[in-house]
Design a protein around this ligand. Structure first.
Ligand SMILES: NC(=O)c1ccc[n+]([C@@H]2O[C@H](COP(=O)([O-])OP(=O)(O)OC[C@H]3O[C@@H](n4cnc5c(N)ncnc54)[C@H](OP(=O)(O)O)[C@@H]3O)[C@@H](O)[C@H]2O)c1
Length: 253
């Protein structure tokens, strides 16, 4: 019986859903009854392998992938329109796609700054805007934006990333106030250090130091974040909006 599942019948769009945290969200949303269209940027094989796996596991649900660069307004609009078309209805948008391009600010090249701001922050505009009216007209739904502990506390070498992720928080709080009366919640989830390709790039000595700042001395898993996101996507979280929920194992930066 899928009708009792927390996300039964919900149409979900997830950006950056082909791997890491996004893939865990896509997997769990489907397991909880949702239909999902997810986005990816460069790795088509990874995306289609995930689609094959999930269609086999959930033959009664819709799951498909769409390529787009969320930093590009035209591509994001095409992605949003096509995703909506495929789903037929939209209940949940997870703005998850993100990148880091770490560099000390004195050495940061303009392209590093713009790439990070484009993918992490401009995407809040490019993807959310074409999908907003369908949510608002339906008078119900959830937008969940993935920010970062870095956006709350700052990290050396991550000025662009911190600026983008702090921007995501301001965007979240303002949009929550704009559309709360229409029954749409808007929240931000701020992961600390989670085991994905993004953190696999951290040199081992630095990773050990970062683990020493976490009470359990361990990075989190993508599933840890996915459970929080899927809760916020469900009707059970209907009274939570405009919040930033940090999921960092108590990391102190
Ligand atoms: N991992 C952490 O510790 C951590 C901590 C705090 C916050 N976060 C945030 O959590 C989110 C997911 O992180 P992750 O660690 O799961 O990342 P990841 O493993 O590196 O995966 C990134 C995903 O985003 C997609 N993507 C990248 N650039 C894109 C673009 N320009 N347009 C569309 N899609 C794009 C990638 O697609 P392709 O593979 O096809 O390029 C991939 O699906 C990000 O917003 C990140 O900032 C992560």
């Amino acid at each position: 019986m899928t009708d009792n599942l927390p996300l039964a019948g919900r149409g979900c769009v997830v950006t950056g859903g082909s791997r890491g945290i996004g893939a865990a969200i896509v997997r769990l949303a489907l397991a909880q009854g949702a239909d999902v269209v997810f986005g990816y940027h460069s790795d088509e094989k990874r995306a289609s392998t995930l689609v094959d796996e999930l269609r086999a596991a959930h033959p009664d649900r819709q799951c498909s992938a769409l390529q787009a660069d969320v930093a590009d307004g035209g591509e994001a609009e095409r992605f949003a329109t096509e995703a909506l078309d495929r789903l037929g209805r939209l209940d949940v948008l997870v703005n998850n796609a993100g990148i880091t391009r770490d560099a000390l600010f004195a050495r940061m090249r303009p392209e590093q700054w713009h790439e990070v701001i484009g993918t992490n922050l401009d995407s809040m505009y490019t993807v959310t805007r074409p999908l907003l009216m369908p949510l608002v007209k339906q008078r119900g739904g959830a937008v969940i934006n993935i920010t970062s502990s870095t956006g709350l506390h700052g990290v050396p070498g991550q000025t662009a990333y911190a600026a983008a992720k702090a921007g995501v928080i301001g965007f979240t709080k303002s949009l929550a106030k704009e559309i709360g009366a229409r029954g749409v919640t808007v929240n931000a989830v701020a992961p600390g250090l989670i085991e994905t390709d993004m953190t696999a790039a951290i040199p081992e000595d630095k990773a050990e130091f970062l683990k020493s700042l976490i009470p359990s001395h361990a990075f989190g898993s993508p599933d840890d974040v996915a459970h929080l996101v899927c809760y916020l996507a469900s009707e059970k979280a209907r009274y939570i909006t405009g919040q930033v929920i940090e999921i960092s194992g108590g990391l102190v930066l």
